[in-house]
Design a protein around this ligand. Structure first.
Ligand code: AOF
Ligand code: ZN
Length: 363
């Protein structure tokens, strides 16, 4: 395929970036395409942490093909790095390779880079363009962007309901409201997240594993349970495999020891009301390099997270059915006036099998 515009080059680089969707965390997923005389001569994407960045992959690919990258144009979905992290700077590698031009979709908000990568390239006489398909590139790494800018992850709350926004009958029966297609799609969103977060209510009611099964991934997201009084059973399936973080407001040492034996870590973060301090938890997750959080919780915790301003986006699956007088999606207080409503904007609406998938962002 011939690349005849910057837009086309970045589009292809974004396709490469998406190949790292499940694996690069806590690093951003980046794609890189090297073009000479309109022909692609090398391409690649970010490898798991500690391994090669996208640019190095693409340069290596060109070398394998025996292509000469001198004078080529490099399309990359994030500004090339300028620092020694786990790997050496990509900007240096591009300078050394003798490329003529670099087109980056967006700058890297990492304070260790933040424009210095582009500056290094310019200083070496390379022509630099930044700002092509910026929205798409930002969405690809929305969690990394959020963590770098605010210190907090991007929190996406998944829920499924009938068309009238009901999740379960008043007798507690919910079963499957949405289709298998929607459930599989939900697993794709789990797989891209750094962590899947739920509450003790869901753990006690459903004993879920909250791992990824419906899509193929070499990395399972970390699981997090909000459990103020540390009620979780050491036998709970969400502890299987170890690595689960249990977040409590207070924690009996003996119970903590039992859970640690199951490979869990207990994080104690109380607020003034004897519950978990949810906003503080988000900062703590950012500190622990969590970029994207995928929430799958029940009515109560969903409501608390929204009320405390901890949610950035809803991922809502709506089935074409009506449940009537039944449990709603989120435990939110009644409003005296519409001024108190939570406003969102629709980011994307798509049909998944028989259901609707709505991505809506809080504004
Ligand atoms: C790039 N290309 O493909 C990615 C970049 O510890 P390191 O060496 O892996 O560096 C991680 C940082 O590099 C990460 O925080 C982000 O700023 C940048 N990611 N940069 O040039 C890539 N994934
Ligand atoms: Zn790099």
């Amino acid at each position: 395929m011939e690349i005849t515009s910057d837009r086309q080059g970045i589009e292809r680089a974004l396709q490469w970036a998406s190949k790292g969707m499940f694996t690069t965390t806590p690093n951003p997923r980046v794609g890189c395409v090297i073009v000479k005389d309109g022909q692609v001569i090398g391409e690649g994407h970010t490898q798991p942490p500690g391994q090669a960045h996208a640019e190095v992959q693409a340069l290596n690919d060109a070398a394998c093909r025996g292509a000469d990258v001198r004078g080529a144009t490099v399309y990359v979905t994030l500004e090339p790095c300028s620092h020694y992290g786990r790997t050496p700077p990509c900007a240096d590698a591009l300078v050394k390779a003798g490329v003529a031009r670099v087109v980056a979709a967006i700058a890297d908000p990492n304070p260790l880079v933040a424009g210095q990568g582009l500056e290094k390239l310019r200083a070496a006489g390379i022509a630099v363009t930044c700002g092509v398909l910026e929205d798409e590139a930002r969405d690809m790494n929305i969690g990394f962007m959020s963590r770098m800018r605010s210190g907090k992850p991007w929190v996406r709350m998944k829920a499924a309901a009938s068309l009238d926004g009901k999740t379960a009958l008043h007798n507690g029966r919910s079963q499957w409201i949405t289709s298998d297609a929607a459930r599989d799609d939900g697993h794709w969103w789990r797989a891209r997240a750094c962590a899947v977060l739920t509450g003790i209510g869901t753990v006690l009611a459903d004993n879920p594993q909250l791992n990824v099964r419906a899509v193929d991934t070499p990395r399972q997201p970390r699981r997090i349970v909000i459990d103020s009084q540390l009620q979780i059973s050491p036998q709970a399936r969400i502890l299987d495999g170890g690595g689960t973080w249990v977040v409590a407001a207070s924690a009996d040492p003996e119970k903590q020891a039992q859970l640690r034996e199951r490979g869990a870590e207990i994080i104690v973060l109380p607020n003034a009301h004897g519950k978990v301090d949810l906003p503080a938890l988000m900062h703590e997750l950012g500190r622990r390099q969590i970029n994207e959080v995928h929430v799958e919780a029940g009515f109560k915790l969903n409501g608390s997270l929204i009320r405390e301003g901890c949610v950035d986006e809803l991922l809502l699956y709506l089935a074409p059915s009506l449940l009537g007088d039944a449990q709603g999606l989120f435990d939110l207080p009644a409003l005296a006036s519409l001024d108190g409503r939570k406003s969102l904007s629709f980011h994307e609406v798509k049909q998944i099998g028989p259901d609707l998938r709505i991505l809506a962002r809080f504004i």
